[in-house]
Ligand binder design. Structure first.
Ligand code: SF4
Length: 463
């Protein structure tokens, strides 16, 4: 993938429309309720038969937070009552037990991620019990090669909790930093001084956590190029191993908390673009490798290495080093993938609880990939992870003649080529430095559902 990025403000404005992030293909818009337990059981049986010893990925969703960050679009419940989490955990234990029956115990959990919400909303003893339940029903690893990560809220995690997390087997952390400017923090209701994050970081490093990730957001209210430059300089000084830099998507009609944001405080389109440009420039000048769509990593980090050797993948957790593992997802609204099946749990706590109280898995909707979906997913992954589409490799894997199968798509790409987003070779298409930030636009060309007019209004913009 080209490491260069060329900013063409006019071009980016022209192509800045809504588009999927392609953490899956087909995307969640195509999920439907006609697939249920039978499909899940059959996918799990096929996967167990074919991949008896293949490692698993496990995701656990903890939806609680102490206070709302106004930019947030996650599925979460704001509460200060720990007993709400206890009721949830009882159901989660049931789900873990029911779900574990579908997977052979010989399959080790190579990758584990706790997300939310705020997983550290759970008290240390609850986290320990939850890990115990997972260990009883799946095979957790203790080897150094495991990739066990958890999202933490630096405002509420002290040294004792970090020690507990390390003792439970977590070896990676992700911290929501977003922005260090006090005015911006006030405007989004998330106050966390840089000193507080530094203290968490120092403690975590002393405990041996590696590959620590920061999330940052550009496009927040009251953010200016001057304030964001300061934030970026502070972050660079802290030297996290990885960074995810997301654009804020203001959709107050969908996310209630965002109604607290004063629209007039939001940076305009051209300022947003300068903020993004600044992030790419400052982070790459500081030695970070620009990964995929919105990630950065130190050259020695596993993600940068995976991008370099072409093994990086895209999944519901963004970019990952773990090649196409089955993903067992647990908790309200969680989305998993078993073989060719994507499956999501019920999104409301009431429905999630009702199913489990009846002793049933809380499966809500999903989609079973067709052969064509698998082929298109592969091409879209190539774009999102490698920035190129290799015709010969695709032909070998899928037994098609690329130019015949994708004749209409290649014709559509011609317009993007004229605008300088992609360069077409004899047997490949590659993103150019000018198209690097518009990779979702290029990927959309190969999305059969989008091109057939299927879609939803709740997608973020591509910049
Ligand atoms: S950003 Fe994180 S901590 Fe803030 S409300 Fe959303 S899920 Fe909770």
């Amino acid at each position: 993938m080209t490491t260069e990025v060329h900013f063409d403000a006019e071009l980016m404005r022209r192509y800045d429309r809504e588009g999927p992030r392609y953490t899956s293909y087909p995307t969640a818009v195509q999920f439907h309720e006609a697939v249920g337990l039978d499909a899940y059981a059959s996918a799990a049986a096929t996967s167990t038969g074919a991949l008896q010893r293949a490692p698993l990925s496990v995701y656990v969703h903890v939806p609680f937070c102490h206070s709302p960050c106004f930019y947030c679009g996650c599925n979460k419940i704001i509460t200060r009552k720990p007993e709400r989490a206890d009721a949830y955990l009882e159901r989660l234990y049931t789900e873990i037990e029911l779900r574990g029956r579908y997977f052979d115990r010989s399959r080790e959990v190579e990758q584990l991620h706790f997300g939310g919400g705020t997983p550290t909303f759970l008290a240390d003893d609850r986290l320990a019990r939850l890990m115990g339940a997972l260990d009883k029903n799946f095979r957790l690893q203790r080897t150094p090669g495991r990739d066990y990560s958890i999202e933490i809220d630096p405002r509420t995690v002290g040294p004792d909790t970090l020690r507990t997390l390390a003792g439970l087997g977590f070896n990676r952390l992700s911290l929501g930093v977003q922005d260090y400017d006090p005015e911006v923090q006030r405007a989004v209701n998330r106050r966390q001084p840089v000193e507080l994050v530094t203290a968490v970081l120092d403690n975590a490093r002393a405990l041996g956590f590696g590959s620590i990730n920061f999330d940052l957001i550009y496009g927040l209210p009251r953010q200016t190029p001057a304030t964001f430059r300061t934030t970026l300089a502070m972050v660079i000084a802290q030297r996290p191993d990885r960074l995810a830099v997301y654009g804020y998507a203001h959709m107050p009609q969908l996310f209630k908390a965002q109604r607290q944001i004063v629209a007039a405080d939001l940076p305009d389109a051209s300022t947003r673009l300068s903020l993004l440009q600044m992030a790419v420039q400052m982070l790459t000048e500081a030695g970070y490798v620009y990964i995929g769509m919105d990630h950065f990593a130190l050259p020695s980090d596993a993600l940068a290495l995976a991008q370099r050797n072409g093994t990086m993948q895209r999944s519901f957790q963004g970019y990952t080093t773990h090649a196409s593992r089955d993903l067992v997802s647990l908790g309200v609204s969680a989305i998993g993938q078993i073989g060719l099946l994507y499956m999501q749990n019920h999104k409301t706590m009431a429905q999630y609880a009702e199913r489990l109280d009846q002793g049933r898995l809380p499966l809500h909707r999903g989609v079973l990939m067709s052969d064509e979906d698998v082929l298109r997913r592969d091409v879209i992954q190539q774009i999102m992870c490698n920035g190129t589409v290799d015709f010969a490799a695709t032909e070998r894997r899928f037994n098609v003649v690329f130019a015949d199968y994708f004749g209409a798509e290649l014709a559509r790409l011609a317009a993007l080529e004229r605008d300088g987003l992609v360069a077409r070779g004899e047997r490949r298409v590659a993103l150019t430095p000018r198209g690097r930030l518009l990779m979702r636009t290029v990927a959309m060309v190969f999305d059969a559902y989008k091109n057939a007019g299927a879609g939803a209004p709740r997608l973020s913009r591509v910049i």
